[in-house]
Design a protein around this ligand. Sequence first.
Ligand code: GUN
Length: 298
Amino acid sequence: MAAKIIDGKEISETIRRELKNRISVLKEKGITPGLGVILVGNNPASRSYVTAKERACDSIGIYSDDNRLPEDVTETDLLKKINEMNVDPKIHGILVQLPLPKHINESTVLLAIDPKKDVDGFHPINVGKMMIGEDTFFPCTPHGVLQMLLRSKIETSGKHVVVIGRSNIVGKPVANMLLQKRDGANATVTLCHTGTKSIESHTLQADILIVASGFPNTVTADMVKPGAVVIDVGVNRIEDNTKKSGYRLVGDVDYEGVSAIASAITPVPGGVGPMTITMLLYNTVLSAEIELREGSEL
Ligand code: GUN
């Protein structure tokens, strides 16, 4: 039987409607949530992500402050911009799009963001809070994955989740969030990576398989247990001369083959991608709400 498609666009729209209501409440109290966005350089994928994030802000009534800095900007100037945003009362969240050019130290930049405005959830303080199961800004892609599972009523408690990929942005945090003792988590988690021997021996055990390897066709049908749920986090540009752009987007999973075996699967595009942006909006609204409550520290 063909897999049920987990529609990230539809789930995103539901969450965005919920956020619009929360934004109305904030606006009645004189607060407009604001996101400060910094993009360094001209990476085409980063440019299109940032534009999509700013459009999404606009569509639900979040103010966004767009800052495009040249590829050769100094680390000092970038840190100065972040410090300005740290003290700007109109800004509740700061997003520095990654990756950064090689001459800039990513850790220094992430540390410079006020943890109270760290809507990406990348600051070590917030990573630590997530790790020990405290409330904090959860990183957007992993949070989006958990919301997709929760809102599709896919049970995670007691299930075996296998994650492929150990990035700081997706693999490590999603594994960590799913093993926490809380609703929508409480899973047994295996994290596979480039050092893992015989990946398929692990993936075949998965009730839920989360793929964030960064390579097309990392997971094929023979690697999936019949009836498993498959979440494809990958976004890869593949040359395609039939498209005006010259490329099309595919995930890390062989969608055709795996959707014939899985019970549910996320498409690319239209799966995890829209959720990432939505959870950024979510964190920005949350940050503004926390500021309104003042005193209640994250
Ligand atoms: N680059 C790829 N994904 C992300 C993300 O979620 N946030 C930021 N800031 N950069 C990214």
